[in-house]
Design a protein around this ligand. Structure first.
Ligand code: MG
Length: 232
């Protein structure tokens, strides 16, 4: 019997790809206006700054997602004033958050799980600050009993320590804990290795789920499948 369900945030609770496109477009426009960077040159500069950040911080930590540091590195490379860094960070995230829409059926899903006495958690890569802003703005924060970020765990999905911390907070045996996420390599693989019940959220995909993995394309179908469906 499932006692705890842990959710990824990005591309699970909301459509990150669409919201990111809005944020990135705003950032590209800013770089053109304020830094004189041609629109077509910005993605490569942005990618290069990200590679430097990974080289400095290491790939397996939440700092690799820190856009303040990423834009600082970009400005250092361009020889432009660092006063732009916090402005760019806020512009990107505020535009993304404004554009973020909850995934269809997410509130019905959380309500049904709560009504069945299930504990609800968050298991997400990223720094805690903007993940909390996303949950607040999506109106979903009140549903959750605990949060694990890769910043708190000092480990990114699918790391063993990240999932061990999720289980510790879940307060139940691994087999009574489901982990819901869109990323097969991070969410599904990590949950499988930890002995949890992996749920692959894959809207719009025809792909088959691996053995032992529950597949859902709408979150409001999850409670019925998870609480009443056959165990694989
Ligand atoms: Mg995700």
């Amino acid at each position: 019997m499932i006692r705890t369900v842990i959710f990824d945030i990005d591309n699970t609770l909301y459509d990150y790809d669409a919201a990111h496109a809005a944020g990135f477009a705003a950032l590209t426009g800013y770089a053109q206006r304020e830094l004189g960077v041609a629109l077509e040159d910005f993605p490569a500069l942005h990618h290069a700054a990200n590679e430097v950040l990974k080289a400095h911080a290491g790939a397996n930590c939440a700092a690799t997602h820190n856009r303040l540091i990423r834009y600082q590195l970009l400005l250092e490379q361009l020889g432009k004033p660092l006063t732009h860094a916090p402005v760019m960070e806020r512009l990107y995230w505020n535009t993304l958050v404004d554009a973020a829409v909850p995934s269809p059926g997410v509130e019905d899903c959380l309500r049904a799980l709560k009504a069945a006495g299930v504990r609800l958690g968050i298991g997400t890569d990223m720094t805690a600050d903007w993940q909390y802003v996303k949950l607040e703005r999506l109106g979903l924060l009140p549903w959750f009993d605990f949060v694990v970020t890769s910043e708190e765990a000092s480990d990114e999905k699918p790391g063993e320590h990240f999932f061990a911390l999720c289980l510790e907070k879940a307060g139940c045996p691994a087999e009574a804990c489901a982990f819901v996420g869109d990323n097969p390599k991070k969410d599904v693989a990590g949950a499988l290795r930890a002995g949890m019940r992996p749920v692959w959220f894959c809207p719009g995909s025809e792909a088959e789920a691996p053995a032992g993995v529950l597949r859902v394309d709408r979150l409001d179908r999850l409670p019925g499948l998870l609480l009443e469906g056959p165990t694989p």
